[in-house]
Design a protein around this ligand. Sequence first.
Ligand code: LMR
Length: 335
Amino acid sequence: MKIKTLLGCVLAGVLAAGSAFADDPIVIKFSHVVAPDTPKGKGAEMFKKLAEERTHGRVKVEVYPNSQLYKDKEEIEALQLGAVQMLAPSLAKFGPLGVKEFELFDLPYIFGDKRVLRAVTDGPVGVGLFKKLQTKGVTGLAFWDNGFKVMSANKPLHTPDDFRGLKMRIQSSKVLDAQMRALGALPQVLAFSEVYQALQTGVVDGTENPPSNMYTQKMHEVQKYATLSYHGYLGYAVVVNTKFWDGLPADIRADLESAMKDATAYTNDIAQKENDDALAAMKASGKTQIIELTQAEKDAWLKALLPVHREMEARIGADSLREVYDEAAKFGYKF
Ligand code: LMR
């Protein structure tokens, strides 16, 4: 081949590669561990829809639910390595990343209702937590709700005494560990994807989660009782790999920020109904008996669990805890 023709071919190849590169969409792999039919699962799909629409296809969001790609711990490592770009781990799972202060959301009874929660996530505490994430190469984009947790087991759980000696599955949070110990149970950390089987085979005796997670993972089929204790909150931080996010063209990043803002409003709007529907479906299945606590029983739970706040104060930060208490006081909740 003549040298001129060869150069022409190389140039054509370079141009083709350049234009193929320019036309290829930016891919965001969004990995999560729950079912598509949950607040987080639906939120991720809504973000995909809005992000693809608003960037006119310049961004493609691939959502991988149900731990298809990674389990709890691995997904955080994958985010830091850039193998996935976006996650929404529960707030209980940031300890292993080195930001243990997120575990304040796990404190028993810390949020009397979602107004307190929102004031905290939107206020200085939420901003401070996202600042801490930055030091780990991770950028926080939003807080997404699931809901308040119920406790399940194969025996009725009315009072703290009923927990004595039970092996209870928890997420990887020291606050949840302390919570279960305060009830006299033996906490065991397991990845979410392993919980159903662990309950079915008796590796653990019980667990906690909002109804939407219990129902969509069929946990209610292997747990005879679920107590409507609503003793703690489960929510998420939507996070991205900082290098990836900062490297995006500014106009694309702005479109994605607006998609995330609207997907967040949508998720937080549907979360309560998702849980109400899941609880109704658990009841209708007849497979698990739903227990409501009497006032005296609720008081016994509070008495056993509130000391966990003091016990965990140093871990999550006395200042943050004080700020949460101050927000709670504005809505009439006193500790
Ligand atoms: C769990 O592991 O129990 C949940 O946090 C899973 C989730 O992401 O909702």
